[in-house]
Design a binder for this molecule. Structure first.
Ligand code: UDP
Length: 253
């Protein structure tokens, strides 16, 4: 039996911590987690190798705690531990969905999960496992967007899929401005020069310097991960080339 041919054979899916909290405002929403696991299942079934990096904005962000007076490096360690909590939750949900998955943490905690090692991560991907790359880069002063870009390059992913709560990248915040316009494509330079909130500048620069395309898309639209993997024009593609100047107003997928 032949199914659709995926556009990408290996992807890095970056999920924000907030993506897992649903409408709860904090923590992990079990129904959202199950839905994400099912969507990942769909692309694994297409034969795609999937690496995942998850944030911890639903639990703890180092920069916010540092603003309240906490030592930044200590606060970032807490943030990184938050990503491990989210990663273990996703591993559990994937296993319940019948998908082989394992967490590999940049901070060793061998009684809880594997320690990240690039060659082992690639080996597990080649064996068809979903590899969840936890604890960010393992260093303070970085974000999980940068960790996502770094791990995407290390595992040889062809693209980083950045799942968000909005339909892509806009010229202004679509939650506040109904006339916000969504870009279908952008260059890294445009993102950096216009200060667009796609990702932090460290993450964007890493992608730019290594020619790693980013697709920003809405995780809340069911089936979007599969659509992106199949090459459908979903969200905003950020790369070194602006392939089209088409823009779409708020509400379009
Ligand atoms: N973090 C870190 N180093 C990293 C990645 C993350 O110190 O390489 C910490 C940092 O405190 C950050 C927190 O982990 O605020 C959660 O990551 P992030 O803010 O990127 O989560 P998201 O916004 O994607 O939910």
């Amino acid at each position: 039996m032949t199914g659709p041919t995926p556009r990408y054979r290996r992807i890095l899916l970056k999920l924000s911590g907030e993506a897992l909290q649903g409408d709860r405002g904090h923590g992990i929403d079990a129904a959202v987690l199950r839905a994400v696991a099912e969507e990942i299942h769909e692309v694994v079934a297409l034969g795609v190798h999937v690496g995942v990096v998850i944030g911890a904005g639903n639990i703890f962000r180092g920069v916010s705690a540092a603003a309240d007076g906490m030592d930044r490096a200590m606060a970032d360690s807490m943030g990184m531990l938050g990503t491990v909590i989210n990663s273990l939750a996703l591993e559990d949900a994937l296993r319940h969905a019948g998908v082989k998955a394992r967490v590999m943490s940049a901070i060793p905690m061998k009684t809880v999960c594997d320690t990240y090692a690039q060659r082992l991560a690639v080996q597990h991907l080649e064996e068809g496992e979903v590899v969840i790359l936890a604890a960010g880069t393992g260093n303070p002063y970085f974000t999980t967007d940068t960790a996502g870009a770094l791990r995407a390059l290390e595992i040889g992913a062809e693209v980083m899929l950045k799942a968000t709560k909005v339909d892509g990248c806009y010229d202004k915040d679509p939650a506040k401005h109904p006339d916000a316009v969504r870009f279908s494509t952008l260059t890294y330079m445009e993102v950096l020069a216009r200060g667009l909130q796609v990702m932090d500048s460290t993450a964007t620069s890493l992608c730019k310097d290594n020619d790693l395309p980013i697709i920003v898309f809405n995780l809340r639209t069911q089936g979007n991960i599969r659509r992106v993997v199949l090459g459908e024009p979903v969200g905003t593609l950020v790369s070194n080339q602006r392939t089209t100047t088409t823009t779409t107003t708020t509400g379009a997928r």
